[in-house]
Design a protein around this ligand. Structure first.
Ligand code: KG4
Ligand code: ZN
Length: 334
């Protein structure tokens, strides 16, 4: 099943060609530099840049895969969740190509792309838990099978990526701040400052990061003496990592599923990688981090998810853009 994937849900313009589980090409054009001056993604600018870049990204993906449209079986495109203006660019281009070539166009839930991304290059037995930690999402899903997902936990306010980015902004590190905080924290003392590990009352597994952000602001603005920048970063990062690892660990226990995949931009964090791996080794759990190029937003995971669904005869999503879109019902135990 040869599929051209198109992904424009946020600020990465991406096109890829897959043949079943094999990725033949993957092109990602990042808009980080465009949004850096504003300290965050500006939706109108993101949509406009997608429009400028998408044709070139598709052309390059097709060229690198040595593919022509006659050799394809379908076009897969992200239809949500994401920024509506950005999604509309991908959807319009996909439908235009579909009309021109006669290929079927298959709508994909962006979150399904993420949760199935561990299967692109790794073997992970079903069921498994997938923790998606990015700028747009922080959630854990029970992946029972392709097309069958339960939401075991999600955030009630900020995502983990937003917590990193907003914390980094308060500390004057720059944008996007997650990677810069990771680097600054590397030699810092994780116990120098005690930041809160947020919990949502009456929702055992839900994430909350807004209190952490406030607590950093209070620490910086209300205290006379401060630890070093390295120590503050290491302590702030530890609070995020601690919550992610402990919640994922609790869910593996409750679900009786000792397999965890971690994806999304925050999964690049060196301390998170180390802490999750340590947890897995200590508790006999299998841990998979997909290669970083498939952790952050990319069209290969969209085409791959479509290929797995089509192999099983599952239908595509409707082709209209939606900003919010659940992947499945809440897990009852959670
Ligand atoms: O998945 P992604 O590329 O885009 C979406 O948000 O969907 O994730 C971007 C997020 C940003 O918040 C960025 O600061 C964070 O991932 N990030 C990191 C690291 N690298 C990227 N956060 C912590 N440590 C990192 N090394
Ligand atoms: Zn994403």
């Amino acid at each position: 099943m040869r599929i051209l994937g198109i992904e424009t849900s946020c600020d990465d313009t991406s096109a890829a060609v897959v043949d079943g589980r094999e990725v033949l090409s993957s092109v990602v054009s990042s808009q980080d530099a465009l949004h850096a001056v504003y300290g965050g993604v500006v939706p109108e600018l993101a949509a406009r840049r997608h429009l400028e870049s998408i044709q070139a990204a598709i052309g390059l993906a097709m060229k690198r895969a040595c593919a022509d449209f006659d050799s394809l079986d379908a076009i897969a495109v992200t239809r949500g969740p994401g920024l509506v203006g950005s999604l509309l660019i991908g959807l319009s281009v996909a439908q235009g190509l579909g009309m021109r070539t006669g290929l079927p166009v298959y709508g994909v839930n962006h979150l399904e792309g993420h949760v199935l991304s561990p299967l692109i290059e790794s073997e992970l037995a079903l069921p498994f838990l997938a923790m998606i930690v990015s700028g747009g999402h922080t959630a854990v899903y029970l992946v029972e099978d392709v097309g069958s997902y339960k939401e075991a936990a999600s955030t009630r306010d900020d995502s983990a990526g937003e917590a990193f980015d907003k914390g980094a902004k308060m500390l004057g590190l720059g944008y996007p701040g997650g990677r810069l905080m990771d680097e600054t924290a590397r030699d810092g003392n994780r116990a120098a400052v005690v930041f809160p590990r947020g919990r949502v009352r009456a929702e055992r597994f839900a994430f909350t990061f807004s209190g952490l952000k406030t607590s950093l602001w209070d620490y910086l603005n209300k205290q006379q003496e401060h630890a070093s920048l390295e120590d503050i970063c290491a302590s702030f990062q530890e609070a995020i990592v601690d919550v992610l690892v402990s919640r994922a660990g609790e869910l593996m226990t409750v679900c009786g599923v000792p397999r965890l995949a971690v994806a999304g931009g925050v999964s690049a964090n060196s301390r998170l990688r180390g802490a999750v791996a340590e947890y897995g080794a200590a508790n006999g759990c299998e841990i998979v981090f997909p290669p970083l190029r498939y952790c952050t937003d990319n069209a290969a995971m969209i085409a791959h998810a479509a290929a797995l669904r089509m192999e099983r005869g599952l239908p595509g999503d409707p082709l209209h853009a939606v900003s919010r879109l659940p992947l499945g019902p809440r897990l009852q135990a959670a």
